[in-house]
Design a protein around this ligand. Structure first.
Ligand code: SAM
Length: 251
């Protein structure tokens, strides 16, 4: 008997409790809320699925008939914090675990996996996107390309969620260059490092406020950078002075 997909946030979060990845309860809630309020026939695109933690929440929340596309090459690069280059074997293992996790959560049939890098997958998704979740390669170049090239395909009024915002240096520089000063995205807020934007242009004083609200996140960004430097220098115990737990990479 196939597993039934989760029908509530609590069920979905329980379904991913053993799925490896980086997504806090608040972040899962934000994904759930934005996906569940989509209309019939919408399209969700996730860039960077890893082992399926966020994809399972998105696919469980989306109304019936939503196309959910998960783009991840599973080639063992840019897997997570400090894992820019690992091995192809690990990428293949991510792919197998991803498929098994989707199956176990009962959402395998709801997700179309495009096993390509996001920059090579633009032609694999037809039409506009209602909800775009970016959590792929966090280096500046690929992160900026994802925001710009995939972001322009989000419908007017649609949603962009970006993980590791104001936490990863590459993602934050990409945000400053695209969403902060670009004028076509309105900053809504964030759950830890998951920032939410609406595809709505800002003008005049509204634009200045929009820039200001994003620049106001920079002290939190600097804190995260200091925490990471301390952790890399094996001085994690000092992160307690910044209200951090010494063990967990900030996200
Ligand atoms: C931080 S993990 C994603 C975590 C996932 N969203 C979760 O909730 O568990 C980053 C993922 O991005 C993928 N990735 C790396 N480069 C990519 C690219 N150019 N396009 C799409 N995905 C990429 C990696 O294979 C990895 O699985």
């Amino acid at each position: 008997m196939p597993t039934a997909a989760p029908t509530s946030f609590d069920e979905a979060f329980a379904a991913v409790s053993d799925v490896e990845g980086w997504m806090t309860p608040d972040q899962a809630r934000r994904l759930w809320d934005r996906a569940s309020e989509l209309g019939q026939g919408s399209r969700i695109v996730e860039i960077g699925s890893f082992r399926g933690r966020s994809a399972i929440v998105l696919a469980s929340a989306a109304p019936a008939g939503t196309e959910v596309v998960a783009i991840d090459p599973h080639i063992g690069t840019d897997r997570g914090p400090q894992e820019i280059v690992t091995t192809e074997e690990l990428g293949q293992s991510d792919n197998e675990v991803f498929n098994a996790n989707l199956e176990a959560a009962g959402v395998r049939e709801r997700i179309r996996h495009v096993r390509k890098k996001s920059e090579d997958a633009l032609g694999d998704v037809d039409g506009a996107i209602d909800l775009l979740y970016i959590d792929g390669a966090h280096r500046y170049g690929p992160a900026r390309d994802d925001i710009v090239r995939w972001g322009e395909r989000v419908v007017a009024g649609g949603t962009l969620l970006i993980h590791d915002s104001f936490s990863s240096v590459g993602v934050t520089l990409a945000l400053l260059q695209s969403t902060t000063f670009g004028g076509s995205w309105t900053y809504i807020g964030r759950s830890q490092s998951m920032a939410e934007y609406r595809h709505t242009p800002t003008r005049g004083s509204g634009r200045a406020r929009n820039v200001g609200r994003q620049l106001a996140q920079l002290p939190w960004f600097l804190r995260n950078v200091v925490i990471k430097v301390l952790m890399v220098a094996k001085l994690g115990r000092l992160t307690r002075f910044l209200g951090h737990d010494a063990e967990t990479w900030p996200y």
